[in-house]
Design a protein around this ligand. Structure first.
Ligand SMILES: Cc1ncc(COP(=O)(O)O)c(C=O)c1O
Length: 432
């Protein structure tokens, strides 16, 4: 008899949580690591939100509450999401979750039977792919196109749709690329969905970075396009907009009240409810005009850092980096570095079991971390299926400009350190 169920072996993970202990090990050994791996804004929780949470705690708002989410927050979400997208939403369609992450897997459980196909962006947030085998569904990665600013068009999607397609993930602004679809691309995508998909196919539009946009770009939601709201789940939350990843408040708007009720029941089964004092903090964050100011402060810093980092990366031999339009990541193509440092050859010479646990971009990520003290994320951490021969890194710009300057110097050193890379391989350590 096996201790652990077969299903458990099928779930994957988010590697961002794996790099943290490596950084701690390096710091404990006395090194300063430049942290370009972080998926959270490096700003404090805005004071007005903090004060509201404190006031709620003082009121003893610390008990069980509505498993669907407190009504005040659901009303605020319905109005905010609806107004920004030009659609009408009722509070009964909104479900609050402990963060933006839980509805990703819960939607796969709720909408997909074994054998159903799930289309998701690759590179993309790793949890989309991580859950698919776990629920017995079939992963269908939609490879984002660098030349389209890491977006895709209607024809790219159309090729992947079959009668088994059940759920389609979209994520703009995108993690890890910072890419944003143009309104024209979204129109094409919506047109393909209307023509080719059964009415019961659901679109999961992950808009958690909806407020972190640069250069005057707006958040275009597929739900704003005619007849799309009735098949789209709009997901967002407090983690990124209000620099509040530890608050664990996220939400999703469902196409119908009856679907929302199913997710309320999942909340009852898994969580009972989400801390009410944090939900009230999130309600205030959405409603307060102060939030526009705290978001503007973050955006100003992200733009300055983005411009610096993209420029610095594009000066490095073997690196090409697009200018992201949103989120707080840059996603350089490092194919030239992989070739120049001989990483592809070193990888090809490794035993199969080692190769399976790493990739050329992982080897550079690890070399950069352990030998040059810059923490980044590799391409493989953002969807593994079909990513062979794709050589990218994700660098987070949620790190102060002085650290980013140091990080770019260190990266330039790493790229020129062919001898160091040979030693790194010879040491047979830290390959993943
Ligand atoms: C695209 C995307 N969706 C969802 C999440 C999950 O956010 P949360 O921390 O609120 O669960 C993240 C976090 O990095 C993300 O990048």
């Amino acid at each position: 008899m096996n201790l652990i169920s077969d299903r458990t072996a099928l779930i994957n993970t988010e590697n961002a949580f794996k790099v943290g202990p490596y950084i701690v090990a390096l710091e404990n050994a006395g090194h300063k690591v430049v942290k370009c791996n972080l998926g959270e804004p490096d700003f404090p929780l805005p004071a007005h939100v903090r004060e509201e949470v404190k006031a709620q705690l003082d009121k003893d708002n610390t008990h069980y509450c509505d498993p669907q989410g407190v009504l005040g927050l659901r009303k605020a979400v319905a109005k905010y999401i609806g107004d920004a997208r030009g659609i009408s939403i009722s509070a009964e369609q909104v479900v609050v979750f402990p963060g933006g992450k839980p509805p990703i897997g819960l939607c796969q459980q709720t909408y997909c039977n074994p054998g159903d196909e799930i289309i998701y962006p690759s590179p993309g947030f790793p949890i989309y792919e991580s859950f698919i085998h776990y629920v017995g569904a079939v992963p269908v990665p939609l490879h984002l196109r660098e030349e389209l600013g890491f977006s895709f068009n209607g024809a790219d999607l159309e090729k992947l749709i079959t009668p088994r397609t059940k759920l389609i993930y979209l994520n703009f602004p995108s993690n890890p690329t910072g890419g944003v679809a143009t309104p024209e691309q979204l129109e094409e995508i919506a047109d393909v969905i209307q023509r080719r998909c059964d009415p019961n196919v659901r679109i999961y539009s992950d808009e958690i970075y909806e407020n972190i946009l640069f250069d005057g770009v707006k958040n275009y939601s597929i739900a704003s396009i005619k007849s799309m709201q009735e098949k789209t789940i709009i997901a967002s939350g407090a983690s990124k907009s209000y620099s509040w990843t530890g608050g664990r408040v996220g939400w999703a708007v469902f196409p119908s009240v009856s679907e929302a009720q199913l997710f309320k029941n999942l909340n009852i089964n898994y969580f009972s409810c989400i801390p009410p004092y944090n939900q009230e903090g999130a309600r205030l964050a959405i409603e307060s005009p102060e939030s526009e100011k705290s978001i503007a402060v973050m955006i100003k810093a992200f733009v300055e850092r983005r411009d610096f980092v993209v420029d610095a990366l594009n000066k490095l031999p073997g690196v090409k980096c697009k200018l992201p339009k949103g989120a707080f990541y840059v996603f350089p193509n490092i194919s030239g570095v992989i070739e120049n440092l001989g990483i592809d050859k070193a990888y090809a010479a490794m035993p199969e079991e080692v190769r399976n646990s790493t990739s050329p971009s992982t080897l550079f990520q690890m070399f950069l971390l352990w030998n040059h003290l810059v923490a980044t994320m590799d391409r493989k951490s953002f969807g593994q299926i079909g990513c062979e021969n794709m050589h990218y890194l994700r660098l987070s710009i949620a790190t102060g400009i002085e650290d980013l300057k140091l990080g770019m110097e260190r990266m330039a050193n790493a790229i020129n350190d062919a001898a160091g890379f040979v030693k790194f391989i010879e040491n047979k350590e830290h390959f993943s």
